[in-house]
Design a protein around this ligand. Structure first.
Ligand SMILES: C[S@@+](CC[C@H](N)C(=O)[O-])C[C@H]1O[C@@H](n2cnc3c(N)ncnc32)[C@H](O)[C@@H]1O
Length: 274
């Protein structure tokens, strides 16, 4: 009799799968980190991985960062980064988007890569060192509990990771918490058409392969709005399975706290100050 895996079992399956991907790249020179069961399992030419980056971007990267690319988009191209910004990459894997972002924000900027898998963190740190990056910090942790203070990040990026989370509302709430007022989200992820039920999605691929755990477009939009983010958009870019797409997800955190409706407190007559 098959039983439904618990959230902890699902997360441990994801961690093991991506630890294996990192080992393949680290130990097998010239071998790609996808392969059976990972996000780019069954990869065609341009649905997952390095093909989603242009030749110029690939030229900026160490070979093992390119080989470890397991994303479903190119969030650095979406996020339109500026010098001096602080960026957080959720599920930074082999470090491809951290390295590209670090080059764009320059010496006055800072990029955090957050990942739960030791093997990926080790690979990413090596790749960043090889690329000469000094303005990146790799953190061990889970994206459901981001180990950074509130209002500390200008941009949150992520590439094909949120679909792997066992608690997506927590991830979206954490994104809203760590963003500075006016900060923005530029994420790539696998997203299902609204017509697909959870069972339909599970039929099209497994959980660790970035398919079964995907949100639908409506679920993504509602989740980001429930987390307090605004100007939410989910744009499909390329099909990855029947009714499932690589997508670009954007949102912003309001610049000013919402104070409408709160009573205005007038100072008492004659009250001094200072
Ligand atoms: C599909 S790979 C994508 C890696 C990278 N973003 C890229 O584009 O190559 C997923 C990565 O997310 C990490 N990951 C998955 N779920 C996570 C979670 N809940 N918290 C932190 N990291 C997670 C995995 O360890 C793995 O490195």
């Amino acid at each position: 009799m098959s039983t439904t895996p618990s959230a902890d079992e699902l997360r441990e399956g994801v961690r093991r799968r991506y630890a294996e991907s990192a080992r393949v790249v680290t130990e097998g020179p010239g071998r790609r980190g996808c392969g059976s069961g990972s996000c780019c399992d069954g990869d065609t030419e341009v649905t997952f991985g390095e093909a989603l980056y242009d030749a110029e971007q690939r030229g900026e990267l160490p070979a093992t960062a390119v080989l470890a690319s397991l994303g479903c988009g190119n969030p650095v191209a979406v996020a339109d980064l500026d010098e001096g910004e602080t960026v957080l990459d959720l599920g930074s894997g082999g470090g491809i988007d951290v390295i590209l972002s670090a080059k764009r924000v320059g010496e006055t900027g800072l990029v955090y890569g957050l990942d739960m898998t030791d093997e990926m963190l080790a690979l990413a740190r090596r790749n960043a060192a090889e690329a000469g990056i000094r303005n990146a910090i790799f953190l061990k942790g889970v994206i459901e509990e981001i180990p950074l203070p509130a209002d500390s990040v200008d941009v949150v990026i992520s590439n094909c990771v949120i679909n792997l989370s066992v608690n997506k509302p927590a991830v979206l709430t954490e994104i809203a918490r760590v963003l500075k007022p006016g900060g923005r989200v530029g994420v790539s992820d696998v997203v299902a058409e609204d017509r697909l039920s959870t069972a339909d999605r599970a039929e099209r691929g497994n959980y660790v392969g970035c398919i079964a755990g995907a949100l639908s477009r409506g679920e993504y939009e509602a989740g980001l709005e429930a987390a307090g983010l605004e100007n939410v958009s989910v744009e499909f870019t390329h099909a990855v399975a029947d009714g499932m797409h690589g997508a670009i997800i954007k949102a912003v955190k309001a610049s000013e706290p919402e104070l409408k409706g709160l009573p205005v407190i007038q100072p008492a007559a004659g009250a001094g100050c200072c």
